[in-house]
Ligand binder design. Structure first.
Ligand code: ADP
Ligand code: MN
Ligand code: MN
Ligand code: MN
Ligand code: MN
Length: 364
């Protein structure tokens, strides 16, 4: 770790001369795993003032499991840019969609185009999201093996109970990384709502939101990018497996807090209860299909989860598929929390499922 931090310091010595007017644009995209991100840098000899200043670019899709060698080129279409918290102003991070050479057919794991269509149709209802992204911090223990930070190598720490929102050397593993991530996200201008240490040792959570429509997914992906980059500096592997360690250790989820014009209005609680809950139940099986791979390992009914095969809900319950916060009941309006999505979801898909069920009569 010390060595890596030293390297970082060294390359930050290479400041730009005041006369060199360049913008480094880091083009970022989702690769053929559907979960991992890739990025490369494009130098612009001008200031970037609007999205249209950023041209489409290409990459070798055969190296990212998105194309074969013969027809290898995939297009990058810039869709959102934010400040680059690593290089500082005027440099930027550019989130991109991916397209086949016809520039029309979405490449593998580009679901944003669909989410955008869905969010556009539901725009007048102002769907809001708050996403709770959980993750484990893993350290390298050999050439290929990883194990949670702070755990005895190959062994286990004290059982769960003392780690959630914990303080103190024996309880909290990873605060420095989580804190650095929070600050970097704020520097970038992302809507991060907070962080907390989670129930398992070396497990953390950050929240994105409140964000409306497509922005929730955009900001989650960009914050994941920043998290992995900070992981590089700390020598920590960020892990989004729904159940990374078998046994009595919490899995990682991505709870979706959802509201729209109708749930936030007078009578919203009744509306959630009488209209949305039955609809969510009806689509339970279909929804789970898009709520993360291997999520059945996590949704066991233990560790504040519901059972995979059964839709349940409750006021203030952390054992249900869906929780209606006590504050929503109290005020008679507000939001609900879908606790089923796993940490490895594509937020564009989960957001689309919720908006489709709540606002578009399940037409998608
Ligand atoms: P939990 O108690 O489940 O751990 P958190 O505080 O981690 O809850 O996350 C709750 C999230 O819900 C926050 O990101 C917050 O921004 C979001 N949220 C609050 N109100 C709304 C709302 N009306 N619509 C959508 N999301 C909301
Ligand atoms: Mn090359
Ligand atoms: Mn939370
Ligand atoms: Mn949590
Ligand atoms: Mn939650």
């Amino acid at each position: 770790m010390t060595e890596q931090l030293e390297n970082l310091r060294n390359f930050n010595h290479y400041k730009f001369d005041q006369n060199v007017k360049v913008t480094l644009a880091e083009y970022i995209w989702i690769d053929g795993t559907g979960l991992r991100l890739r990025s490369k840098t494009k130098v612009f000899h001008q200031e970037i003032k609007q999205l249209s200043d950023l041209e489409w670019w290409t990459y070798d899709g055969s190296s990212t499991e998105q194309a074969n060698t013969k027809w290898s080129e995939i297009y990058l279409k810039p869709v959102v840019y934010v400040r680059d918290p690593f290089r500082g102003a005027p440099h930027i991070l550019v989130l991109c969609e991916t397209y086949l050479p016809d520039k029309k057919t979405p490449a593998r794991y580009n679901f944003r185009w669909l989410a955008q269509e869905i969010m556009e149709k539901a725009k007048e209802f102002k769907p809001w999201f708050g996403i709770e992204q959980e993750y484990y911090l893993l350290k390298r223990t050999g050439t290929t093996h990883t194990w949670p930070l702070g755990w005895p190598t190959g062994g286990f720490p004290h059982p769960q109970g003392r780690y959630y929102c914990s303080i103190g050397e024996r309880n909290n593993f990873g605060r420095a990384l989580a804190e650095a991530h929070q600050r970097a996200c704020l520097n970038a201008g992302l809507k991060i709502a907070g962080i907390n240490a989670e129930a398992a040792p070396s497990q953390y959570e950050f929240q994105i939101g409140i964000a409306e429509g497509i922005e929730a997914g955009d900001h989650l992906w960009l914050s994941r990018y920043i998290l992995e980059r900070i992981g590089e500096e700390f020598g920590i592997d960020i892990n989004y497996d729904p159940k990374p360690i078998k046994g009595n250790w919490s899995g990682s989820g991505a709870h979706f807090n959802y509201s729209d014009f109708k749930t936030r209005d007078q009578g919203g609680y009744e509306y959630i209860l009488k209209t949305l809950i039955p609809e969510l139940e009806k689509h339970h099986e279909q929804s789970l299909f898009l709520y993360g791979a291997n999520n059945q390992d996590r949704l066991t009914g233990a560790h504040e989860t519901s059972e995979y095969g059964k839709f349940t809900w409750g006021d203030g319950s952390r054992g249900g598929s869906v929780r209606i916060p006590v504050i929503t009941k109290e005020l008679g309006q507000g939001y609900f929390e879908d606790r089923r999505p796993a940490a490895n979801i594509d937020p564009y898909l989960v957001g689309s499922v919720l908006v489709d069920i709540a606002l578009l009569q399940g037409t998608y």
